[in-house]
Design a protein around this ligand. Structure first.
Ligand code: HEC
Length: 147
């Protein structure tokens, strides 16, 4: 009975690997990318790229299991929903008002510890913002909005 169940899991597990998943990876750094238009220290760029770009840009840095279904589907869902709300790769295409709104939203999401998403941090502890990084990011976003 257990053997049969395991066999079924194995067959289904192998079968779903053939269901296609879009891959969110582009080698191109778009002229519309956030960091092409705002001035930021290397440190800030690294923090945002490590903690936010996986879901909010056209370039995800996939973990080794990133192409393995069903994990790939969870990732894809986060990427799709994340990019719908905020895409750093397209930032320059947003209107002035939209840019300000998104930056305000970034401040509150980071301040409230809503971003990066909790589920993501379980698998990506390196993306967790330290207290210092949180302060630095908030300061950086606040400065952008007063320019
Ligand atoms: C694991 C994927 C993931 C990561 C990493 C991530 N986000 Fe998000 N983000 C989402 C999703 C999904 C949403 C859509 C709303 C929700 O589910 O809360 C979202 C929503 C947002 C919003 C709301 C946009 C709006 O329209 O108001 C902002 C702002 C935001 N994220 C900023 C960030 C910042 C800044 C970081 C890095 C510190 C980050 N996110 C990291 C997935 C992610």
């Amino acid at each position: 009975m257990l053997k049969k169940a395991l066999l079924i899991i194995l067959i289904v597990g192998a079968g779903i690997q053939f269901i296609p998943v879009p891959i969110n990876q582009s080698d191109e750094i778009l002229k519309t990318d956030f960091f092409q238009i705002v001035e930021a220290s290397l440190n800030i760029q690294q923090v945002v790229k490590a903690s936010c770009y996986d879901c909010h840009s056209n370039n995800t840095n996939y973990p080794w299991y990133g192409r393995v279904r069903p994990f790939a589907w969870f990732l894809q869902k986060h990427i799709r929903e994340g990019k719908e709300d905020l895409n750093f790769s397209d930032f320059q295409d947003y209107s002035g008002r939209m840019k300000r709104e998104k930056i305000r939203s970034m401040i509150s999401q980071v301040r409230d510890g809503e971003m990066p998403l909790q589920e993501y941090l379980w698998m990506h502890p390196e993306a967790k913002l330290s207290e210092k990084e949180t302060e630095q990011l908030i300061q950086f976003f606040e400065n952008l909005n007063t320019q």
